[in-house]
Design a protein. Structure first.
Length: 273
């Protein structure tokens, strides 16, 4: 678990399905007055924003229940809790958790929007602090992501390593499985396994499958995320999306590894001259 500090307010950040979720329960402490998260959630603009977000990111979103909620949002006598919102619409952008770090958590996009409800200043500081956290994480992993993505100068040292970087073509059996999260759809397309399967095979390693990806794989993963968002918006079924994403991953990784091999040849030529 990570923590953000925004104007002396401590805000917890947890990971669900390898995605960062920010505590709205902690954030609301910074809002002047006696307010609850349900006050924000009953607002019609909030409901419309959440509906658009879920449409882009969640193929299992319940539009029937959403339409009912949207029709009642903003009425004086209408209130809905986060738990009810999630149960009725099958939403994934908000999470209500129990336990030591229990409370309401939101995906970063939604948390930033919630921050605007608290105050414009709070939102700006929240984004700035979140970016600082991400930069710190990259340094801890000894990755300078921005520099490495710009240069894409990772070298493939042997043909055997190069072949292992290219993802396998998925079998019909793996394509037919319904994956619980979009993160695992991308994991299957690029790495040929889910996050859980990776953890079972690498129980002695800390972190997750993406923490151990090389720069070429991170470039490919970023492209796959953008493509998957387009396919979801076009309502392409998950199994069809997985086939397309896997084919793109194989093609892009071949191109990236070939480029790396060319860079290696050029560098060797420069060393000899």
């Amino acid at each position: 678990m990570n923590k953000l500090t925004i104007n002396e307010t401590i805000v917890n950040v947890l990971k669900f399905d390898e995605k960062d979720y920010i505590s709205l329960t902690d954030m609301i402490k910074a809002k002047d007055g006696d307010f609850f998260i349900s006050d924000w959630l009953r607002n019609r603009n909030t409901v419309e924003f959440l509906g658009v977000w879920e449409h882009i990111h969640n193929p299992n979103f319940n539009y029937g229940e959403f339409a009912i909620i949207k029709s009642q949002a903003g009425l004086n006598n209408y209130k809905i809790s986060v738990k009810e919102w999630v149960e009725k619409t099958n939403a994934i952008g908000l999470r209500a958790t129990a336990g030591r770090y229990g409370g309401t958590y939101a995906y970063k996009d939604i948390a930033f929007e919630f921050g605007m409800w608290i105050s414009p200043q709070f939102k700006i500081y929240l984004i700035k602090e979140f970016e600082r956290l991400k930069e710190q994480e990259y340094k801890q992993l000894d990755w300078d992501i921005k520099r490495n993505l710009a240069k894409i100068n990772y070298r493939v040292h042997t043909d055997a390593i190069k072949e292992n970087l290219i993802p396998p073509t998925l079998t019909a059996n793996k394509i037919g499985i319904v994956y619980a999260s979009e993160a695992d759809v991308l994991n299957m397309a690029l790495f040929g396994m889910t996050a859980r399967e990776w953890r079972e095979k690498n129980a002695d390693l800390k972190g997750n499958i993406r923490d151990y990806a090389n720069v070429s794989q991170l470039v490919c993963l970023s492209n796959l995320e953008s493509l998957n968002a387009v396919l979801i918006n076009d309502e392409v079924p998950q199994s069809e999306r997985l086939i397309k994403l896997n084919a793109v991953a194989i093609n892009q990784m071949r191109i990236l590894t070939e480029n790396d091999a060319i860079l290696k040849i050029k560098d060797n030529g420069s060393d000899e001259s």
